[in-house]
Design a protein around this ligand. Structure first.
Ligand code: GLU
Length: 275
């Protein structure tokens, strides 16, 4: 198996990350374990957190392959994927602000929700070509959205397999017209992760159950971009004693603070559920 752990350097790793990294590493068994730095959100990612990831994983005793892929060094790969989707007529520029979307949802009086929140109400999907061109020429910031109706129709029925939950029929339409390039970043999570897993020959994607639904979108992108389909294993999320998920803001449970409090790597692995 070729597996990967793909954290975003927006804070120090916590116990939940340790679980996820150890899980991926264990699944790689005699295969290959990759580490990928998912730093497309240049406003929130910090170099010191990248160093922290290396430091914490090495301290836990994990070894990964070099070189480590950093998404912020590969914008061209995401642009190439976008160009292909655009060539199929599946993308459109979206100039909406959060407020535009909220106003439209309020006006419509109903707000269908998907796994990531309220569905985009489609305001920019049918903009006349001339208006699009004018707004782009005027330098108005825009995101690129996938026209989900067209994309799903083009791809037809799709399936994927989760090692814990079994066979799945892909339901990307749950997400509506997802953003594939953000106003502030030349890609979005969905596009970057799908392109990278393919480029890195990942055969088993392991990640938390919170990203289960996202795989529906990734499966669709694989079909549209002719990418291989890995196997998936969405694992349980580690929670604290009150049943709450660990978050980056819970400083007391970062690997760094556990180390500073005198815990050994073996103890932290045990706390994360691995012996
Ligand atoms: N970068 C994502 C995160 O830190 C994980 C992405 C993935 O494993 O697909 O939550």
């Amino acid at each position: 198996m070729i597996t990967r752990f793909a954290p975003s350097p927006t804070g120090r790793l916590h116990l939940g990350h340790a679980y996820s990294a150890l899980f991926a590493h264990a699944q790689a068994a005699d295969g290959r374990f990759l580490l990928r730095i998912e730093d497309i959100d240049t406003g929130r990612c910090r170099p010191e957190f990248v160093d922290g990831i290396f430091e914490d994983l090495a301290w836990l005793g994990l070894e990964w392959e070099s070189p480590v892929r950093r998404q912020s060094e590969h914008w061209d790969d995401y642009r190439a994927a976008l160009a292909r989707l655009d060539g199929m007529g599946l993308l459109y520029p979206c100039f909406c602000t959060r407020k535009d979307i909220a106003d439209e949802v309020a006006r419509a009086g109903h707000a269908p929700h998907g796994p990531d929140g309220v569905l985009y109400p489609g305001l920019c999907r049918a903009l006349p070509a001339a208006e699009r061109a004018e707004r782009m020429a005027a330098g108005q910031p825009f995101a690129l959205r996938l026209d989900m109706g067209r994309a799903a129709a083009r791809a037809g029925t799709l399936h994927w397999h989760d090692r814990a939950a079994g066979p799945q029929r892909a339901a990307p339409e749950l997400f509506g017209d997802v953003v594939l390039a953000r106003k502030d970043s030349p890609t979005s999570y969905h596009l970057a992760v799908t392109v990278d897993d393919a480029l890195q020959d990942v055969t088993l994607v392991t990640r938390g159950a919170d990203l289960f639904a996202a795989t529906h979108v990734h499966r669709l992108l694989q079909a549209l971009l002719d990418l291989p389909v890995p196997d998936y294993h969405h694992h349980r999320l580690l929670t604290d004693e009150t049943g709450k998920r660990f978050a980056k803001r819970d400083r007391s449970l970062t690997i760094e603070s556990l180390r500073e409090a005198g815990h050994t790597p073996a103890e932290v692995c045990r706390l994360a559920g691995f012996s």
